[in-house]
Design a protein around this ligand. Structure first.
Ligand SMILES: *[C@@H]1O[C@H](CO)[C@@H](O)[C@H](O)[C@H]1NC(C)=O
Ligand SMILES: [Ca+2]
Length: 358
């Protein structure tokens, strides 16, 4: 299981506190307080890291990929250049003009979910001489090959592109590889020449190619909020890439992954796709809706900036209410007091020791 730390707050606190070697007790107390507080905060919409209970096997793809594609009861099938081995699924080899995809055969009826994808993009191509990339899908249709990273254009649903080749030479303000998200109701075409810039909801640059360590992508969809995180620097820590609200996606679509090469190539490997159910409460009104009838859309009235509802960079998604703020302040204060007291004791002890040398 991935035991990635997902809370920026804990990470920074741990980092800072552990440097104060002598103040171990204070560090322990403060960390515990912060931890306890976070438990309060994350009662709902919590990330599922390391929680096997919520793993949905019927939507997950894991080593050694037993039965993938080979039996009628298989929950995944594949197309094109895809090669299934016991340790990876190679969507395309490092050869020109290849396309491959892998698709879940079971539609997903979860309202709130998080997909963790372990992937590997590698090849012999030197700087900028490789392509084109991988796309992760949550779409109405499955197994429709086409020009968008091996899948059809004018798709209906969600796509996350891991674009390794810069087509748009005017877009030098961003570095590649570039990760972006797109939601489509079937009317919009993906513009390869512009690397999809006109239709993207957001994105980030990430060094995902030829890494020695494992590389991961997480896609969370919950309560109309789409969050994309990456872990590509071997730090066992999610880094936020995209976080937008106002995204509407139905249930009953299919997960998939596809990749393509053109004149330039790469090995595009999927190591695993793990889908976790997020335990989120919905109002009775929401529950009574037919979620399969939702049209994929994005409420563009909200600018990306409006989507950041937690300035700490914590993406657990629950906002602090009054008493929680009070608790947070109280605990911080307690932490500071404990730190000060222990600090004073340590300082005094050291002074005494120093005195003996005179
Ligand atoms: C599909 O999306 C386009 C562009 O976002 C929008 O203009 C159009 O109204 C949508 N069509 C439907 C049927 O929702
Ligand atoms: Ca591109």
């Amino acid at each position: 299981m991935l035991e990635r730390t997902t809370t920026v707050m804990t990470v920074s606190c741990r980092g800072r506190l552990s440097k104060m070697g002598k103040l171990n007790f204070a560090a322990f107390v403060s960390t515990t307080l912060v931890f306890v507080l976070l438990q309060f905060r994350s009662v709902r919409g919590d990330i599922t890291d390391g929680n096997a209970e919520h793993l949905k096997r019927e939507h997950s793809l894991m080593k050694p990929y037993q039965g993938v594609g080979s039996s009628p009861s298989s929950q995944w099938d594949f197309w094109g250049s895809t090669l299934v081995t016991s340790s990876y699924i190679r969507l395309t080899p490092d050869e020109r003009s290849k396309q491959g995809s892998i698709w879940n055969t079971v539609p997903c009826y979860l309202k709130d979910w998080e997909m963790h994808v372990q992937f590997k993009v590698h090849g012999s191509g030197k700087k900028n001489l490789h392509g084109d990339g991988i796309a992760i899908w949550y779409t109405k249709d499955r197994l429709h090959p086409g020009p968008v990273f091996g899948n059809q254009d004018h798709f209906v649903g969600l796509a996350i592109f891991l674009d390794t080749f810069r087509n748009d030479l005017h877009g030098m303000d961003r570095s590649f590889p570039y990760i972006s998200a797109m939601v489509n109701n079937g009317t919009v075409g993906y513009d390869h020449g512009k690397d999809g810039r006109s239709s993207e909801l957001g994105g980030c640059s990430a060094e995902i190619r030829n890494r020695e360590h494992d590389t991961y992508l997480a896609i969370r969809y919950s309560k109309g909020r789409l969050t994309i995180m990456v872990d590509v620097d071997d730090k066992n820590e999610w880094k936020e890439c995209i976080d937008i609200a106002g995204v509407r996606l139905p249930t009953g679509y299919y997960f998939g992954a596809s990749a393509a090469t053109g004149d330039l190539s790469d090995n595009h490997d999927i190591i695993s796709m793990k889908l976790y159910q997020l335990m989120v409460e919905h109002t009775a009104e929401e529950e009574n809706l037919d979620w399969t009838k939702i049209e994929p859309s994005v409420n563009l009235l909200k600018s990306p900036k409006d989507n950041i509802d937690d300035p700490t960079g914590n993406f657990r998604g629950t906002t602090l209410t009054g008493w929680k703020v009070f608790l947070l302040l109280l605990c911080s204060l307690l932490g500071i007091v404990v730190c000060a007291v222990v600090g004073a004791v340590v300082f005094q002890k050291r002074q005494e020791r120093n005195k003996r040398f005179y």
